[in-house]
Design a protein around this ligand. Structure first.
Ligand code: SF4
Ligand code: SF4
Length: 399
């Protein structure tokens, strides 16, 4: 490996949106991380000590990434500490600085006799930092299922709602858990999403945003719905609740018969902040709705680090029955298991009990480390497909 310089390039997916359905799933981060891990592994196996150039927060997150991968870490180096006692021709140095310093640091390393310099693209360094940094309460978003089941039947739903039996969250449990979250976050939680399934199927749907606002006065609270029940005559309460408690109403639009203009008129009438979304590009493209396919590796053999290439990791925190999970895929797996007779299991490290957490520090540390359950997720096999109704068969989730 001596003398090898790894130059890694990430390809960003082009934005060919408008009315064209873009079905490219961006795997460039996964591919770059895989190459990086393989190179570091080869270096370490060949006897090289792995150093990271720089000591700031970004470089500390690269060190954390090495730890996630089980790679040995020799230490941080800078121009001041880079002496012969530390580095030699067998050392490998990961450039953890932003790209603009490369021209300065790379010749310096060569002059010191370092032959193995490992580069990461700015994109990968940013993602490693963004995913592995403990998230402050002001940046934390939490979602809660009010109902598990749904009145739509989307393929590959990542909440498994098309497979779920009717299940309603009780107001008592919700109030207890939200009060605890408010205490742990000092009422500084960034956002709370109330969703499902279809939350408007809950007979007390309007009570949840009201309670949430009571305990989280400054948090952005968003009520997610597919909108099918919004126009029913007995549904005026959700509109007035959203208005009175400053709740954003967010509709994901599907390629089904649906009058989004009338909904927009209702939002105007009630003075409610309305957000219309489908997963193409945040614009109304109901004919172009896509579905993400997140296949499982039932053997649980995926590398632990692959969670860093997962767009849910440390971003889509789920509160469920007094526990926080890193994502819906993990939180709702019981629905999938029951439906298909599978046993994708949680370990004690896959969730954190909000009543056992001593402080918010426990929560942010928990959320910023990949979980054992992540090894079920075949992140490199993820894809985008045109939206379709679910056949409720296991092949929507397993190859
Ligand atoms: S509308 Fe949403 S929750 Fe319901 S099945 Fe479709 S993706 Fe799942
Ligand atoms: S279990 Fe891990 S890898 Fe899978 S979706 Fe959740 S965060 Fe991502």
């Amino acid at each position: 490996m001596a003398g090898m310089v790894a130059a890694l390039h990430a390809e960003k997916v082009g934005a060919e949106m408008d009315n064209t359905l873009n079905l490219r799933y961006d795997h460039s981060l996964y591919d770059e991380l895989e190459l990086f891990v393989n190179i570091c592994n080869d270096m370490a196996t060949g006897g090289s000590r792995l150093y990271i150039y720089g000591t700031a927060k970004r470089q500390q997150m690269i060190r954390k990434f090495l730890g996630v991968c089980g790679l040995p870490f020799g230490g941080f180096v800078t121009s001041a500490t880079m002496n012969d006692d530390v580095l030699n021709s067998e050392s490998a140095v990961i450039l953890g600085l932003t790209d603009r310093y490369y021209n300065e640091v790379y010749p310096l390393l060569l002059r010191k006799g370092v032959k193995n310099v490992i580069f990461l693209t700015e994109y990968a360094k940013n993602e490693i930092f963004y995913k592995l940094r403990p998230r402050e309460r002001e940046n934390l978003d939490i979602e809660v299922n009010i109902t598990d089941h749904c009145n739509l039947n989307c393929q590959m739903c990542d909440h498994y709602s098309q497979l779920a039996e009717p299940e309603f969250l009780s107001l008592e449990e919700f109030e207890r858990d939200i009060k605890r979250i408010a205490d742990l976050t000092d009422k500084k939680l960034h956002s709370l999403a109330l969703l499902g399934g279809e939350p408007l199927l809950h007979p007390q749907a309007s009570e949840f945003p009201r309670l949430a606002r009571e305990y989280l006065p400054h948090t952005r609270i968003v009520f997610h719905t597919n909108g099918l029940l919004l126009m029913r005559p007995n549904r005026s309460e959700i509109w007035s609740t959203c208005r009175d408690y400053n709740i954003v109403l967010r509709i994901t639009e599907y390629p089904i018969k649906f009058d989004v203009d009338t909904i927009a008129d209702m939002a105007d009438k009630y003075n409610v902040s309305l957000s219309v979304f489908n997963s193409v590009d945040n614009k109304i493209h109901s004919d172009n709705k896509t579905s993400y396919r997140y296949p499982f590796d039932i053997e649980k053999s995926q590398p632990n680090w692959s969670a860093i290439a997962c767009h849910q990791f440390n971003l889509c925190t789920v509160l469920r029955h007094g526990n926080l999970y890193p994502c819906p895929t993990s939180a709702y797996i019981g629905i999938f298991n029951r439906r298909f007779g599978c046993s994708l299991e949680h370990s004690a490290d896959d969730s954190i009990d909000i009543y056992e957490a001593r402080s918010f520090a426990d929560i942010k540390d928990f959320l910023s480390v990949p979980k054992p359950f992540c090894q079920y997720c075949a992140v490199r096999k993820r894809s985008l497909l045109p939206w379709a109704r679910s056949k409720k068969t296991i092949d929507e989730y397993v190859d």
